[in-house]
Design a binder for this molecule. Structure first.
Ligand code: ATP
Length: 380
């Protein structure tokens, strides 16, 4: 997969960007607040239909404009394909080759992207929701249908919570039907996350072993909270049965509180170092190495699964890593041959990922321009 051309229109502070990225590294350099992350966010949104950091879609539209549009032309398995997303009035509309996309699967059609941001580096010490989000982004990359499936689950959960809040008025047969739907949708999420972890955890553990500067082994694990039974070996029907049982067992408590306390929305990813919680005991550098190990594993895993590398988006990650781990990451990017878009305030930090064909960009006040003097990385 390769991104051949990108066109951004009225996305955040970017009025108009048109560029043909390098087949390898494209490096956007600029001072703080100029629009580097916005450029990356436009690409991420194009490739996932999910905002990288915005809470609301309307935040993506340039102030004073009616709508934003991002278009990308990709080379996928030898054929060119243009996808486009428009945002306006709080909704988004996806297009494939100029026509409305018939489904999400049709839209994505093999486009795959992995983003790595400073927020990711904080994920180990953050709360379960950030780790869950981190896991789910990897699951979605691996299984694009997961976007639809997780929405189905969220809808079922919302309906059940509404019913629980109605308290005494809950009709048992009615609730039973809701539980059935929720358990089925939940079992799919469990199963997707479990499959992804089975592929990814051993790779992440191996990468960490080479960058962690410790003999303590890292272990990344996922096991649903509150669910009793043989999670590792249960098929999807058995997972749904386990979840239903658990929902029934916690019904009284859930009715008192007015929300569902068990299910994929309440899970966490455990990360341990030498058998101890990494959140509680690992140093900041080790926590970051654990995240770096995971990200590199995610990229390798996608390559193994799809037969090609995803597009990599790195937002000012180098300034957050120590020099040795930054050099490891830059060396990995250069060796992998992946198409990468990096942002930085200091071009020298990402020099290790650059080659003769690197496209250097200057970002200033929402304007993105190709840097002409290629003798040295542009200084911010
Ligand atoms: N919807 C919007 N419309 C117009 N401008 C916006 C919008 N959303 C954010 N901005 C502006 O975009 C700028 C931030 O851009 P961005 O986050 O890309 O910065 P950056 O170059 O990555 O900086 P840093 O190095 O600090 O991360 C801010 O000046 C902000 O006010």
């Amino acid at each position: 997969m390769r991104l051949l051309a990108l066109h951004v229109h009225d996305f955040r502070n970017l009025p108009q960007v048109q560029l043909s990225p390098s087949a390898h590294a494209t490096i956007a350099v600029g001072q703080n607040g100029q629009g580097k992350t916005n450029l990356l966010e436009a690409l991420y949104f194009l490739a996932t239909l999910k905002p990288l950091r915005a809470g609301r879609l309307s935040e993506l539209v340039r102030w004073g404009s009616q709508g934003a549009r991002v278009t990308g032309r990709f080379l996928l398995k030898g054929a060119e394909r243009e996808i486009s997303v428009e945002v306006g009035g709080g909704t988004r509309q996806a297009f494939v080759d100029g026509k409305k996309a018939s489904s999400l699967e049709d839209y994505f059609g093999g486009v795959s992207v992995v983003a790595f941001t400073p927020d990711d580096l904080e994920v180990v010490k953050g709360g379960p929701d950030s780790r869950r989000g981190f896991l789910d982004r990897a699951v979605f990359n691996r299984y694009p249908a997961f976007l639809r499936e997780s929405r189905e689950y969220a809808r079922a959960l919302k309906n059940r919570n509404r019913l629980l809040r109605e308290g005494h008025a809950v009709d048992a047969a009615y609730l039973d039907a809701y539980d059935e739907t929720l358990a089925k949708a939940g079992a799919r999420i469990y199963s997707r996350r479990r499959s992804l972890m089975a592929e990814l955890a051993p790779r992440a553990q191996a990468t960490f072993a080479s960058i962690g500067r410790t003999v303590d082994p890292a272990v990344y694990g996922y096991r649903p909270a509150h669910l009793d039974g043989d999670f590792a070996n249960a098929d999807e029907a058995a997972l749904a049965a386990l979840l239903r049982e658990c929902l029934a067992g916690r019904l009284r408590r859930d009715m008192e509180r007015g929300f569902t306390s068990v299910g994929p929305h309440a899970d966490d990813v455990s990360v341990t170092l030498g058998g101890r919680s990494a959140r509680a005991y690992a140093s900041q550098g080790q926590q970051r190495a654990l995240v770096l190990g995971w990200k590199i594993a995610e990229i390798e895993n996608l390559e193994a699964a799809m037969g090609f590398l995803p597009l990599l988006l790195l937002d000012d990650v180098s300034s957050e890593l120590d020099p040795e781990r930054n050099a490891y990451l830059m060396g990995y990017l250069a060796r992998s041959g992946a198409q990468t878009v990096l942002t930085t305030t200091d071009g020298s930090l990402v020099r290790g990922a650059a080659a003769d064909d690197t496209l250097w960009l200057d970002v200033h006040g929402g304007q993105v321009a190709v840097h002409v003097d290629d003798a040295a990385p542009p200084a911010a």
